[in-house]
Design a protein around this ligand. Structure first.
Ligand code: SF4
Length: 192
């Protein structure tokens, strides 16, 4: 099948591409990630995606025109899900990107779409699967291909290091960045 793979970043895409190809699929990546904050982080991850794609001889469809920090924050704020502890924010984040992917897959005539989010051990795997299926239902003519890419976890990490790719240390949105690093600020406050 011709598969459009939503790519969240370069490192996470490596094993997804390899495993899909091993299963006989023809893969094109689709980079659509308005959840990555701040802008410089988006550019760093995009560059790592370009480097991974060059290594893998992987065609990529770039959807930079959907990138908007203020638009993304307004969307989560308006839905009342701008809260660190709220799983609904991640559900929206998955749904919005997978719906874009489903629409792009239909527009470009792909047989199915999938996502590199299914590679991460840190993501909500079952929720991603559910949102992929919902996105396909939302976009008639599109089809979601579920595959568990997590068995490739360590090999993907090793390859991304060998290739010198930028490896992020928080999920992507500003809330996840706060979650990851705020404790450092708290410790400084405690020491005062
Ligand atoms: S934590 Fe990650 S998956 Fe959840 S909303 Fe933020 S960027 Fe999206």
């Amino acid at each position: 099948m011709r598969v459009l793979l939503h790519a969240c970043c370069g490192p996470c895409s490596i094993m997804c591409v390899k495993m899909l190809r091993d299963a006989g699929h023809d893969v094109t990546a689709y980079f659509a990630n308005p959840n990555i904050h701040p802008v410089m982080e988006y550019l760093r991850r995009r560059e790592a995606m370009e480097q991974a794609a060059a290594r893998l001889a992987l065609p990529v469809i770039w959807q930079d025109d959907v990138y908007s920090v203020s638009g993304w924050l307004a969307a989560v704020h308006d839905q009342g899900i701008a809260d660190n502890a709220d799983a609904r924010r991640c559900a929206y984040c998955y749904a919005s990107r997978l719906t874009l992917t489903a629409a792009a897959a239909r527009e470009h005539g792909f047989d199915a779409f999938s996502t590199s989010l299914l590679y991460s051990r840190h993501q909500r795997h079952e929720l991603i699967r559910e949102e992929g299926e919902k996105a396909a239902a939302r976009v008639p003519g599109s089809s979601f291909l579920y595959m568990d890419f997590r068995p490739g976890w360590q090999e993907g990490i090793d390859l991304s290091k060998e290739w010198g790719l930028y490896r992020q240390n928080y999920c992507a949105c500003i809330f996840s960045e706060e979650e990851r690093f705020l404790k450092k600020v708290r410790k400084l406050a405690e020491a005062q």
